[in-house]
Design a protein around this ligand. Structure first.
Ligand code: UDP
Length: 283
């Protein structure tokens, strides 16, 4: 998403659409292999999150194929994803699995786009954000850049993502003390999802989102794929070529399609509840 389009969305249009998108009641998620996915547009997702009050924080998970596979075999990760308030389909792997299963998830919503749009919308009302994660200096640089792009946004605090378990209580206290509305957490998946699931009620924020490499992108330390590559569904390939260590994660994804295919071909017994019955989610 270009700066211009995010800025356009940050003013009257996004506030107007907040009402039009009736954000207060999230439609039931689509279930993919037992995990919830909310196929919202960017505007609907922002509207939903802007309506979060903070009494019960909304945790946002950006689900890609690798995280989905991890959740299928790792119960704590599965619990963190299934327990999130909003799970966006951030990855072509999720869309392909949905297609195999005949589940209605047509469009990708990239976490980096949602994080930017959320900051843009918050800026319009002097909203506050805390940026946690990435290498030392990156969150500060991302915060400065966000404030330049979205005047009005208050960066309530930043911290790098290489803290020790001993440092964690003070970090939690610092975030809570900064009283941000939004906390963006870039610790890599699935660590950030597990961390947010564990600490979601200690942070005092309305919206908590795991954002992976987003702070590096916002800080200008990493580049996103060109628009046409994103549109072609090949952003994963672009990242893998630039960061070859990602192949070890990407090679976990093909079995996902076999699992989805097996699930699709499995005979259904009408009396049994569907395998993807919605789990309890944050309210
Ligand atoms: N990171 C961190 N602490 C850690 C491990 C990773 O802050 O202990 C950061 C890392 O510097 C990077 C982000 O987490 O900024 C993960 O980015 P990546 O692109 O790997 O995440 P993905 O989008 O693939 O989940």
């Amino acid at each position: 998403m270009s700066d211009a389009s995010v800025r356009r969305m940050s003013d009257a249009s996004i506030r107007g659409m907040s009402d039009a998108a009736s954000p207060h009641r999230l439609p039931d998620p689509v279930m993919i292999l037992g995990l919830p996915v909310h196929p919202l547009t960017l505007v609907q997702a922002v509207a939903h999150l802007r309506a979060a009050t903070g009494r019960a924080p909304v945790t946002v998970v950006s689900l890609n194929g690798a995280l989905l596979m991890r959740a299928l075999r790792d119960p704590p990760v599965r619990e963190a994803v299934a327990g999130a308030g909003l799970v966006i389909p951030d990855g072509i792997g999720v869309l392909l699995a949905a297609r195999i299963l005949g589940a209605p998830v047509q469009n990708r919503l990239a976490g980096v786009d949602l994080a930017e749009a959320l900051c843009a919308a918050a800026a319009g009302v002097g909203g506050t954000v805390f940026l946690l994660g990435a290498a030392p200096g990156v969150a500060e640089a991302a915060g400065a850049r966000l404030q330049e792009r979205f005047p009005g946004l208050v960066v309530a605090g930043t911290a790098h993502g290489f803290f020790t378990p001993e440092e964690e209580p003070a970090l939690l206290e610092r975030i809570r003390g900064a009283a941000p509305e939004i906390v963006l957490v870039a610790l890599g998946a699935p660590r950030q999802e597990l961390w947010l699931h564990t600490h979601r009620n200690r942070l005092g924020a309305a919206v908590l989102m795991g954002v992976g490499g987003t702070l590096d992108v916002l800080a200008g330390r990493a580049r996103r794929a060109p628009r046409w590559v994103q549109t072609a569904g090949l952003e994963w390939l672009y990242r893998a070529v630039r960061q070859p260590w990602r192949w070890s994660v990407i090679k976990t994804i093909p079995p996902l399609f076999l699992i989805a295919l097996r699930e699709r071909l499995r005979p259904r017994r009408p009396s049994r509840s569907a395998p993807g019955t919605a789990p309890p989610q944050e309210k």
